[in-house]
Design a protein around this ligand. Structure first.
Ligand SMILES: Cc1ncc(COP(=O)(O)O)c(C=O)c1O
Length: 423
């Protein structure tokens, strides 16, 4: 099942086969055939209307919207409007199909995947399943993790959970030795952000998982910042739980997030946060809970179908291109950002080794916070985070010219001064 426009673009891409790019000078006359021929991923630009008017370097925050997403949203409205309650037949099967598609991306089967509106909710549900007061009580996380999950865990400290925060020595990385030293027989779970949102540092999720397992602890991996731009396999990691969402590198907009639970673990876990969709026979409306045998036991109540529909066009594109191809291009583009930042003497807050960095580069300089608004005002989409600087993310649709443009605009903004009155 796919929207017409996504299907069309997939056909165009595979029919091209490297011979003749579809479209030619399709984006406001900016892209030359030669540029596209050098980088065939640029053929996908025509699927992202926002690229005609902005320089989009912000996929670590919110990926560009594919044109096909409008078709999926329209389809949702039509199904709701025309079919009424009967639409649930379609929507129920769609949820499983969406799980299959996500499974193809993360290397998991559909039975192991469940969806919610955001990762914070998923973290609460999984914690309600793994933490038993009186049992193992330590959760290990870091001061570079995205705080959504850490807030969740620390709220359980009043019930006896202990949260150990590993401190980054440089604000960019967490040494693997810190994990080794912290994991002990009291550890319930490690919470590993595969990609760090403040620096783009990529952690060795497989190695940390192996350390956790050696001490009988669980491994929970937040892969939000790498899914769709760094290839990985949840099975190869041997992770017990993994999360991510669609809004960033998957170009799926806000509205839904996924969670994987290792098959051998699913039926051993009984979450305290549940709802009728967690039941093996929800439509029997029994008084007693009998858990679903799949990851649906973590589903709680009525699912957010709209969020899943919104995310589908982006997912289809990422899968059609392949994360390996996206990564190869991302390494080239991020290297170019390092070079241009170094030429200007900016501080780079991202590891330079290819296997330790994701798709984002953070650069800092005096006045970076003020430069953020001015860049956005000039149509260059990036963002600023404290203790990090300006975060810059090229994706598969980015041209080299766009990277150059960011730095040219920055030069101009700095020349004019960073006062609010300066343009
Ligand atoms: C690593 C990471 N995890 C989670 C999130 C989002 O969490 P939630 O889905 O709870 O909003 C983000 C960014 O928005 C992130 O960078």
């Amino acid at each position: 099942m796919s929207s017409d426009s996504t299907l069309l673009s997939l056909q165009a891409f595979s029919a091209w086969g490297g011979r003749e790019p579809p479209g030619g000078e399709y984006v406001s006359g900016v892209l030359k055939m030669a540029t596209i021929a050098e980088d065939r991923l640029l053929t996908w630009r025509q699927e992202f209307p926002i690229l005609a008017t902005t320089t989009h370097l912000c996929s670590h925050s919110m990926g560009a919207m594919p044109r096909g997403a409008s078709d999926w949203l329209r389809r949702y409205a039509d199904e709701w409007n025309v079919r009424g309650e009967i639409a649930w037949g379609t929507w129920g099967s769609y949820m499983l199909e969406h799980a299959r598609v996500v499974g193809a991306l993360i290397d998991a089967s559909w039975e192991t995947i469940v969806f919610h509106a955001n990762v914070a909710t998923l973290a609460s549900i999984i914690l309600s399943a793994i933490y038993q007061p009186g049992g193992r009580s330590k959760i290990i996380t870091t001061d570079l993790n995205f705080p959504s999950l850490t807030y969740n865990f620390s709220m359980h400290e009043r019930l006896g959970l202990k949260v150990q925060l590993l401190r980054s020595p440089d604000g960019i990385t967490i040494p693997i030795e810190a994990w080794r030293e912290a994991i002990d027989d009291e550890t319930l779970a490690v919470v590993v952000d595969h990609g760090i949102f403040r620096s783009g540092f990529v952690q060795d999720a497989a190695a940390i998982t192996a350390m956790a397992h050696a001490k009988g602890a669980l491994s929970i991996v937040d892969a939000y910042q790498t899914t769709g731009c760094v290839p990985y396999s949840v099975r190869a990691w041997d992770a017990d739980v993994a999360f991510g969402g669609f809004i960033k590198w998957l170009c799926g907009g806000p509205g839904s997030a996924w969670m994987y639970v290792k098959p051998s673990l699913i039926e051993t876990l009984e979450p305290r946060m549940v709802g009728w969709f967690s039941h093996t026979s929800p439509f029997n409306f029994e008084l007693k809970m009998r858990f679903a045998h799949t990851a649906m036991r973590f589903a709680t109540g009525t699912p957010n179908i709209l969020g899943l529909y919104a995310a589908r066009a982006g997912l289809d594109i990422i899968l059609a291109i392949g994360v390996e191809a996206i990564r190869a291009k991302s390494l080239r583009m991020t290297q170019r950002i390092f070079d241009l930042a170094d030429e200007r003497g900016f501080q780079v807050n991202t590891p330079r080794e290819p296997d330790r960095r994701g798709g984002m580069v953070c650069v800092d300089f005096p006045g970076a916070e003020k430069a953020e608004g001015k860049l956005v005002g000039r149509g260059v989409l990036i963002d600023y985070r404290p203790r990090c600087g300006i975060r810059i993310s090229p994706h598969f649709h980015t041209t080299e010219d766009e990277i150059e443009r960011l730095f040219v605009e920055l030069d101009d903004i700095r020349r004019q001064g960073l006062s609010p009155e300066a343009r």
